[in-house]
Design a protein around this ligand. Structure first.
Ligand SMILES: [Mg+2]
Length: 422
């Protein structure tokens, strides 16, 4: 079968990255005791939303009920989902990818496409070396594995990343396309759903190769335009570009604590300050800065008041943000009403490296206060990680730390934190 591009080598390339059993892998990365064990996520919904490879090997599948898993596979570790944690891992993972390949389309929380065109010369690396470097950087920083596929088009790159899992790296050049398509059921091609697969089978098309080998005239006569586009992509002709795009909905960190209803403003401010410290600590662990902050308070009747604050520059330092939150609190606090919860959400998170590039672009040097704050909080974080998270807090937060003792060293296990501290 003729592929017009194969004789010219591999001029254009698209990379597809897919994290393996993402939610379960993140849990295993954060808690090494879970490594090598069947782990399932989704306890709170009663349905399996992710399964570790060890669990898949036993036969556990997504969509099974938790009760079924408990009955059939009693040794399985069953966890509640922590979407915020997965989102932050996702953010960090795409950040690593973007450092190597600037043009990245975040397709879902654990999948992305990157355009590799022109990068070989720029990085002095082959496509294979680019793929290996991304895999290694993600593994060493986050402690999770990803599968990578590289080929001429998005549809082929997805077939490539799916080819070997977990921890795979597969390149499909133009001259090899048919090897990868011949045993692939047409229903597994990206974009061919069950209905189109049924139509294909009616027309005698069973494998992806059958589809790719059909004539243009045949495809146009029997199928709608999207299938024609997939047909082109299967033949190595790019139809779908990589569209750099970030899903902002994942980019927030929230911290909130409930307590016995009170109108004590000192106590409420302490809660606000402590939640801010916890949220900022988390942001710093992931190398993130917030461009906005939302504060909210919930009264006895469960009515919520909230206020959004835009920061003049991205920050993860309570010392800078706290004075603004106090002003905000004055606006939403109502005298004579008892409150039961105070919370803080850091929004519009960006990575420190993005911030650094921005500073560079505008030729502004980070001010000395910026650097001072950074080293101050680095020292604070080290102490709190070692001796417990309430060892060093802002004065305003003190009433909270007296309220109840908190567990020690609960954040020690985030894998990339240890990298940052070393
Ligand atoms: Mg995945």
């Amino acid at each position: 079968m003729p592929y017009p591009l194969n004789i010219y080598g591999f001029p254009q390339a698209i990379l597809h990255l897919d994290a393996n059993a993402f939610f379960a892998s993140v849990e295993q990365a954060v808690n090494p005791e879970l490594k090598g064990k069947p782990v399932v996520v989704g306890k709170e919904r009663g349905i399996v939303t992710a399964v570790s490879y060890e669990g898949k090997a036993l036969g556990i599948k997504r969509g099974m009920t938790i009760v079924e898993v408990q009955k059939k596979f009693p040794k399985t570790i069953i966890l509640e989902s922590d979407y915020e944690r997965y989102s932050l891992f996702s953010l960090k993972m795409f950040d690593i990818l973007k450092k190597i390949c600037p043009v990245v389309e975040e397709y879902s929380i654990d999948e992305a496409f990157a355009d590799l065109q022109g990068l070989r010369g720029y990085l002095h690396l082959s496509y294979e070396e680019i793929g290996s470097k991304i895999k290694e950087d993600i593994k060493s920083t986050l402690g999770i594995t990803v599968s990578i596929g590289i080929s001429l088009t998005k549809v082929l790159a997805k077939i490539a990343s799916n080819h070997r899992k977990p921890d795979g790296l597969t390149l499909i050049s133009g001259r090899e396309i048919h090897h990868y398509l011949k045993d692939l059921p047409v229903s597994e091609v990206w974009g061919i759903g069950p209905q189109r697969a049924a139509l294909c089978e009616k027309l005698g098309i069973y494998s992806a190769l059958d589809l790719a080998s059909a004539s243009e005239e045949f495809i146009k006569r029997h199928f709608p335009k999207p299938v024609y586009e997939i047909w082109l992509e299967l033949r190595g002709i790019q139809v779908y570009p990589v569209v750099p795009f970030t899903k902002d909905k994942y980019k927030s960190i929230s911290k909130a604590l409930s307590f016995h209803p009170t109108q004590d403003i000192e106590f409420l401010l302490a809660q606000l300050s402590f939640n801010l410290e916890r949220a900022c600590f988390k942001a710093r662990q992931y190398g993130l800065l917030a461009k906005g902050v939302i504060i909210f308070i919930k009264d006895e009747e469960f009515q919520t008041q909230s206020l959004e604050i835009k920061l003049s520059h991205p920050s993860a330092y309570p010392k800078e943000i706290l004075p603004l939150l106090k002003e905000g609190m004055d606006l939403i606090y109502r005298e004579g009403i008892k409150f039961r919860q105070v919370g803080v959400i850091l929004t519009d998170l960006i990575s420190e490296s993005e911030r650094a590039t921005q500073l560079h672009l505008f030729r502004v040097n980070p001010s000395s206060t910026d650097k001072d704050l950074k080293s101050l909080y680095r020292a604070v974080d080290k102490i709190n990680i070692k001796y417990g998270r309430t060892t060093l807090v802002h004065g305003v937060s003190l009433p909270v730390t007296k309220e109840k003792p908190l567990k020690k060293g609960s954040s020690l296990r985030i894998p990339f934190l240890s990298v940052r501290l070393s």
